[in-house]
Design a protein. Sequence first.
Length: 191
Amino acid sequence: MSKTHWKKLHNPDYLGAYSLDDGNGKYTDIVATIAYVKVETVIGPDGKKEECTVMHFRENIKPMVVNATNSKTLEKLFKTPYIEDWAGRKIQIGVESVKAFGDVVDALRVRKFLPREEGPVVCADCAQNITAAGNMSAVQVAAFARKRFGTDLCADCMKVRDAAKKAAEPDKPADGESGEMEGGDANGSDE
């Protein structure tokens, strides 16, 4: 028989370790896609207001207050300290027992590894599922975008970002206008 953790009865506004309690005394990890991260005023159970970093998810999951430990894990996972670059990325959240406030408590922890991709990858710009493009699978398109732009993007949104970047650059002479051919064959191939 599944049981209810008493903290679930208080219906707090934020994700807590008890949110991952399966009702049988065990915790089940969740996988979530980061929508955005920002500083918000959080009101604790005692009514005290505090400015906290809060991570919101695309899925129907309560937002999570992000402490320094979890922020450092996110930075290492995504190889960037910039919260804007975390949007659209999937993470796995679990529970660990930690020493805090003179006691051992259960705390949410962003896992130190990326979750296995089981479902579709979502574009950070248009929020649509990323699909295969050219000779790349959807996962390869997302990986290419992550390497190039720091986030998961579909092929169309990569083109939009490229066009915006090109439009912002000062005019350069078109290829071949210098009168010299730099590597490659007549078709522009480097092979």
